[in-house]
Ligand binder design. Sequence first.
Ligand code: TXA
Ligand code: MG
Length: 326
Amino acid sequence: MTTPPPFPDSTPILPINGRNLAYAAHLLRAGGLVAFPTETVYGLGCDATNGAAVARLYAAKGRPHFNPLISHVPTVEAAFRIGKPTPLARLLAENFWPGPLTLVLERQPDCPVADLATAGLDSVAVRVPARDDARDFLAAIGRPVAAPSANASGQISPTDAEAVKASLDGRISLILDGGATAVGLESTILDARGETPVLLRPGGVSLEEIASVTGPITRPAKVDQQAPDAPGMLTSHYAPCKPVRLNATEVSEDEALLAFGKPLSGAAAVENLSRDGDLIEAAANLFRLLRLLDRTETARIAVMPIPDTGLGHAINDRLTRAAAPR
Ligand code: TXA
Ligand code: MG
């Protein structure tokens, strides 16, 4: 892994202008975490194509689980390079992008977004934000930027730079200050893979506005309006087909082993989350290695114990779901 820029003890706040954008883009491309204003709320951005950077972002937020993240891009063309456009998606893009609308699309075959940023799903959430300075920043980076709201897990979404600092000081590289955000609540999320839009989260674009362009919107019964962070948890997260056995301290020869640290011997196939016991590296590898082991000709996947600290919580949360009876 390349060494990312270290986090300063006190995270600087710089006004969002041409020179600072270039510096921030450089930090982000090097694997850093940069908070920036969008028209909805401040996002905590990282290089969406860099799994280790995405892992550091989850660690900085202290999220106890891997929620899939929105990839931010500067243009509609860039959005459709990572997610497959349907006629519905093109219609929505024409009417609402740039703007506070996120579309869930099927991943393009060559979509460079890291597995960890989509929580292993074969879909990707994309958005073209409305602010010119945010799009200038994204254009300077030249890669999709994964950005959840720039607050520690469990806190409310920040709408100015001071709120970001109060929540994440010392845990991120830089905060770009663009004053208070205009919309103040998160983007509306629609699944645009089918013929009619499916509402995953209400937000900055109203349902009336959307319906006036697309006709009726489907609202899955499962969407909990009280819990706007829930939709990602409700979608069918990637789960391996094979049974999963956790906390393995020995392994049999009909099993595939997902190791952490020094691998147990005797398995038919082995992949290692991190030989050095590094939880950031382990998080970045998690979904890819589960998929690899799932394709082996073995009876089940045995997983070695992962410490339940830091990112280990999120890793264990995901593995526990994978191991739950289905
Ligand atoms: O306005 C916003 O959307 C802000 C700004 C920074 O852009 N971002 C934001 O991100 O609110 P976050 O991470 O707090 O919320 C992202 C939501 C989550 O509820 C997640 O479950 C959902 O998007 N999501 C992401 N990818 C998804 C996917 N492939 N399928 C379904 N839901 C997805
Ligand atoms: Mg949030």
